[in-house]
Design a protein around this ligand. Structure first.
Ligand SMILES: C[S@@+](CC[C@H](N)C(=O)[O-])C[C@H]1O[C@@H](n2cnc3c(N)ncnc32)[C@H](O)[C@@H]1O
Length: 322
């Protein structure tokens, strides 16, 4: 990955072969790429024989660039790019006359394009404004850090960064306000967490992840996206989801376990349902991690995990993952 100003290294798609295998695309299939990014999965779907791909991304830059990344498919009408959140996919597909699709992929998180562009404010490797908004709308990281109270900032760092020194870092942020730049924030976090150069894990990574997840409501989006995918797949349709850390993976794991009937029915806290729901997913595959070879070529894939399953004919469940 580069980290110089606005230079962008191409995004190397993570676990793409495993995703395509899990999607089991048949010639002519209609597929959804819920996280278009740099179009790596979309290109692989088209190469595997997809007849049509609908690519969603909430980032206007990804959609804008996408047209030039896969021009032939856009021109021929095989690829439709939609600047929207994947949690809205069922409604947006229906608007386009696509009641149910054959395969859906979600590749959760940020793209190299977002990380490498200093002006997007996702990275502390290159100094940039504290922004971190995927859709370029809503509250910026600077607004959150300069206006939020200490308890709220500490909660975000703890819940979404699993940061053990959340309170001390939040206190240091408040004392240093106003904050404007990513390098400034990284320096404050390292000082507050007692980081020494050469130490294995940099606390700034956890803080940046936490703020990004919070501002973009990423975990909520993931939960809603899984449910939207469940409503959008035809019986026999395949769903493949790649995550990058345990908070995300836990949501996907629970979703597939619950929806495939693997959650124990009823407990003292959750009484048994009078009318148990029929599984909406089956053939839940074992999680797939990158091979040594993929990791050597793409260190960013380090903590990636793929989970996949096949949609049954049962109605989509209502409500969130338990
Ligand atoms: C890891 S990248 C995807 C890379 C892509 N698979 C490729 O091979 O180029 C994730 C992308 O998903 C987008 N994204 C994240 N959350 C989203 C959401 N809720 N709805 C739509 N797009 C989202 C981000 O803007 C980013 O471009």
């Amino acid at each position: 990955m580069t980290s110089t100003g606005t230079q962008t290294a191409p995004h190397v798609p993570v676990l793409v072969d495993a995703v395509i295998a899990a999607l089991a695309i048949e010639p002519g299939d209609t597929c959804v790429d819920g996280t278009f990014g740099a179009g790596g999965y979309t290109r692989a779907m088209l190469a595997a024989g997809a007849g049509r791909v609908i690519g969603f991304d909430r980032d206007p830059d990804a959609i804008e660039q996408g047209r030039s990344l896969v021009p032939d498919a856009v021109d021929s009408g095989k690829l439709t790019l939609v600047e929207e959140r994947f949690s809205q996919m069922d409604r947006l597909l229906a608007d386009r006359g696509l009641g149910s699709v054959d395969a859906i992929a979600l590749d959760i998180g940020v793209s190299s394009m977002q990380l490498d562009r200093a002006e997007r404010g996702f990275s502390f490797q290159a100094d940039g404004p504290l922004d971190m908004r995927m859709s370029r709308s809503g509250m910026t990281a600077a607004e959150f850090l300069n206006e939020g109270d200490e308890a709220e900032i500490a909660r975000v760092l703890r819940d979404y960064g699993e940061e053990p020194r959340a309170r001390a870092i939040a206190r240091a942020i408040i004392a240093a306000r106003p904050l404007e730049r990513t390098a400034e924030l990284a320096a404050i976090v390292r000082r507050a967490a007692g980081f020494r150069p050469g130490q294995k894990s940099d606390p700034a990574t956890r803080t940046f992840q936490a703020i990004r997840i919070h501002l973009n409501a990423e975990l909520d989006e993931l939960e809603q996206g899984l449910a939207a995918a469940e409503r959008s797949l035809r019986p026999g349709g395949r769903l493949a989801v790649v995550t990058f850390h345990s908070l995300e993976d836990r949501i996907v794991k629970r979703f597939f376990r619950e929806r495939s009937g693997g959650t124990p029915a009823g407990s003292r806290h959750r009484p048994q349902l009078a009318d148990p729901k029929r599984p909406s997913f089956e053939r839940v595959a074992k999680p797939v991690a990158p091979t040594e070879r993929e990791l050597a070529a793409n260190p960013r894939a380090r903590s990636a995990k793929l989970r996949s399953a096949v949609r049954t004919a049962a109605p989509a469940w209502k409500g969130r993952v338990q």
